[in-house]
Design a binder for this molecule. Structure first.
Ligand SMILES: Cc1ncc(COP(=O)(O)O)c(C=O)c1O
Length: 392
């Protein structure tokens, strides 16, 4: 299997972690030697209820017995997709009520970028330095990290960048701006939270000049920051909310939500303003619905903040310079990329899964399932501290 993996499956890095997976349950992934790995990454924030949660598996199985794909997105009335969109609306503030379900985070970003242009008749998009919004051409155009996109130019025109958390830069948002796109908490940059009412100020500036605000909640969303969506922590409601990752409960999904007035623009002039074959797929929507129900009906979101405090209490060491982020979206910052690499690789040997962030080489990602127990947190943190002691 290992040699076939390297030979036949296209690689994204020269040195993948290459764990050979056998099965997964709860907070653990098991390799083919039946070694258990405690998962502090959750498939990069994509399995909020851990692995093989019974409610998700049952919902998928029940839908499998009914039907799979029957029609392109939006034509037929399919219960899982309708109920999912309705439950999202029920849990979102006015005017976020109409949801377009797509196949991935990056596709949802593409849809949101198209919508702000269509709605305003303007072309300029403003994004933030060090932002990550996905890897298709539009999403990559608003990625604030030149080194990773230079080889793929030309990308979209009329993209400008501001510094996240910099109020002076807000004057760059003008009446030429169709939309401003920001991650609520910057992920790839190192789990950077908005400070001093920054998002409120962005919201105000967008209102002043008639620009639409897109918040990318693909990573912070679905309960990870103690609220269903990160923006609820920062008193700023976007015009377009973009979701993905955890919404699917381990299945591939993306979605963007806005007012019906905005979303209805995708129906005509031109008609079929965004179309997709598999968006709203019944099995995936069933998985997402079970996930969203569990997160909104349990006390998992409240526990997230208590679990953050436990992590912060345990992650104290001379080689830990900072623990950034909020809730169960945390990043340990070590003094160097070298130390970070050693910790991630050595922890994997010791049965603890950690991972990197895209643009901050000193960061160690900690984004476990929201269902992780206090004992599991304690166990994983003691592995990290032991490894740091050895490195020191
Ligand atoms: C903030 C953010 N936006 C967009 C994306 C892209 O989502 P996907 O990989 O599902 O296309 C990601 C994925 O890491 C993300 O973290």
């Amino acid at each position: 299997m290992r040699s076939d993996f390297y030979k036949y499956q296209t690689q994204t890095t020269p040195h993948p972690l290459a764990m050979e997976v056998s099965h997964a349950k709860g907070s653990y992934i098991f390799d083919t030697n039946n070694k258990a790995y405690l998962d502090f990454v959750a498939g990069v924030s994509a399995t909020p209820l851990g692995h093989n949660h019974p409610k998700i598996i049952n919902a998928i199985k029940a839908q499998l017995d009914k039907y799979l794909h029957v029609m392109v997105y939006g034509e037929y009335i399919q219960k899982p997709a309708v109920e999912l969109a309705k439950l999202l609306a029920k849990n979102l503030p006015h005017p976020l009520e109409s949801t377009y379900l797509v196949n991935s985070g990056t596709e949802a970003i593409e849809g949101a970028l198209k919508l702000v242009k269509r709605a305003t008749g303007r072309s300029e998009i403003i994004s933030a330095k060090d932002a990550y919004h996905g890897n298709t051409m539009g999403s990559m155009s608003v990625m604030g990290y030149e080194e990773r996109k230079q080889a793929f130019r030309p990308l979209l025109p009329d993209i400008r960048f501001i510094n996240f958390n910099n109020e002076e830069d807000l004057t760059k948002i003008t009446s030429k701006t169709a939309g401003v796109i920001l991650e609520t908490i910057q992920g790839g940059a190192g789990f950077i939270e908005p400070k001093n009412g920054y998002l409120e100020k962005v919201r105000k500036r967008c209102n002043e000049v008639g620009a639409l605000l897109i918040l990318d909640e693909i990573q912070p969303g679905i309960g990870r920051t103690g609220k269903l969506f990160g923006f609820e922590n920062y008193n700023c409601i976007p015009d377009i909310l973009v979701m993905g990752k955890g919404l699917g409960g381990g299945m591939p999904i993306g979605a963007f939500t806005a007012s019906s007035k905005l979303m209805n623009l995708l129906q005509d002039n031109p008609k079929l303003g965004h179309i997709t074959t598999f968006g709203g797929h019944p099995v995936i929507a069933a998985s997402a619905l079970a996930t969203l129900r569990e997160i909104t009906e349990s006390d998992l979101m409240a526990q997230t903040l208590e679990k953050e405090q436990l992590f912060r209490k345990l992650l104290v060491h001379p080689l830990i310079e900072d623990v950034r982020g909020k809730g169960l979206m945390l990043a340990i910052i070590t003094p160097s990329a070298h130390i970070t690499n050693s910790v991630i690789l050595q922890c994997q040997d010791e049965g603890l899964i950690l991972f990197w962030l895209l643009f901050e080489p000193r960061a160690i990602r900690i984004t476990p399932p929201l269902t992780i127990s206090n004992d599991e947190i304690t166990k994983g943190c003691s592995i990290i501290i032991d490894i740091l002691n050895k490195i020191q």
